[in-house]
Write a protein that binds this ligand. Structure first.
Ligand SMILES: Cc1ncc(COP(=O)(O)O)c(C=O)c1O
Length: 385
């Protein structure tokens, strides 16, 4: 209820503190099942300073617009693209929707179809619903990567695009993007890579010596990539990224915004008014951390993943779903629901779905948190087995 007379600031803040006692916080180290993290301190300063910037009306904030363009350009360079087109958007969902929208709009087929792995994120369901594009699901291999032969067998005259995933939501699997790219080139169909999670991991993991497939614009068939700064990029929510290889994709989704205070523009994003501060934070973090800074973050995350996977293998009553490819480790158990309930009761931010519990080694997840978690897991297993 809105009070007749307003509360003073202290009262409002005190009430919020009280109300948020039930929230889990990233800093507590208890959130192990999220792809978000505590934003980098520099980003927090930037949000506070530039909170009024609106990229929905870039004529007013020309400096901010230029910074967004440079942020997209840096994401493009990270993904081996010389000239990038795109936006910093509200997240991976919006980025994926924009890619599907671009692919649909450049095609002239009557009943558009998109081929995607069964492991794809649910954002594509929203894209399908919004854009009236039929989803054609491709089977997975035993290692949970997409079956490329099945993808090829599903191509028809109505196919407007193919999706590959570089870091699946559940298991962090990187699909065989080079083979998907070959198919895309052979059939003249654009390939979208959903690297919402992996985009800020794979380039650095590769530089650290981890063997992972190529997944980006190095591959000719790849026409667009989703890469989210608000996941492993440590930017504040909301900050997703969509990068296109060619201007024609942006042209296909741009609409005229005629009545803005800053003057008429073309806008490709789903959102109109949108936060400039978050795009500025992305730019600032890329500049501040640089390649080596992100590499250090990814090193710790990957080492935690491999260490944790070994710990799980050594435990009775749980089993690894597959060896980690990225910094995600998922494990199953015959007593999964019981484990989930008991772990949650002890305050752990995890979820069990598709038959496993997923642990995401985000930057806020430290070895001591994992040790604490394993201690609880061992105790619970002793009780339930
Ligand atoms: C692979 C992948 N794509 C897209 C998304 C959607 O991202 P967002 O929640 O930022 O919209 C996620 C989120 O977990 C994801 O894992």
């Amino acid at each position: 209820m809105i009070p007749k007379e307003g509360m003073n600031e202290e009262e409002v803040l005190a009430e919020l503190e009280e109300r948020f006692k039930i929230d889990l916080t990233f800093n507590s180290g208890k959130i192990l099942g999220s792809m978000c993290t505590y934003p980098h301190p520099l980003a927090q300063k930037i949000i506070q300073k530039y909170i009024d910037r609106n990229l929905g009306d870039p004529g007013l904030h020309k400096g901010s617009k230029k910074i967004e363009e440079e942020a997209v350009q840096m994401l493009g360079e990270l993904l081996h693209l010389k000239k990038a087109y795109g936006n910093i958007v509200s997240g991976g969902t919006e980025a994926n929707i924009l890619a599907v929208r671009a692919f649909r709009n450049i095609s002239d087929v009557e009943n558009p179809e998109l081929i995607l792995p069964k492991s794809a994120h649910f954002s594509f369901l929203k894209a399908s619903d919004l854009l009236r594009v039929k989803l054609v699901w491709a089977e997975l291999n035993e290692d949970y990567s997409v079956n490329v032969k099945d993808v090829e067998s599903k191509i028809t005259d109505s196919t407007i695009g193919i999706v590959g995933i570089a870091g699946t939501t559940g298991l962090g699997v990187v699909d065989d993007i080079p083979s998907l790219s070959d198919i895309a080139v052979d059939y003249g169909i654009p390939l979208h890579v959903d690297a919402a999670f992996g985009g800020f991991v794979i380039p650095f993991a590769k530089a650290l010596g981890y063997e992972l497939p190529d997944f980006d614009f190095k591959l000719k068939g790849v026409q667009s990539v989703t890469i989210d700064p608000h996941k492993m990029g440590m930017a504040p929510i909301p900050a997703g990224g969509i990068v296109f290889r060619k201007k024609k994709y942006m042209d296909a989704i741009n609409v005229l915004a005629p009545y803005l205070a800053g003057g008429q523009i073309f806008q490709a994003t789903i959102t109109g008014t949108r936060p400039g501060a978050n795009a500025i934070a992305v730019w600032a973090l890329l500049k501040h951390l640089g390649f080596e800074g992100y590499k250090r973050v990814v090193k710790e995350a990957m080492e935690n993943a491999y260490w944790f996977a070994e710990q799980i293998k050594a435990l009775d009553g749980v089993y690894l779903i597959r060896e980690p490819m990225l910094n995600i480790v998922s494990f199953g158990s015959k007593k999964l629901k019981k484990l989930e309930g008991e772990l949650k009761a002890r305050g752990w931010g995890i979820s069990a779905h598709r038959g496993y519990i997923r642990i995401v080694m985000m930057p806020h997840v430290k070895r001591e948190h994992l040790e604490e978690f394993l201690k609880d897991l061992r105790e619970i297993l002793r009780k339930v087995l």
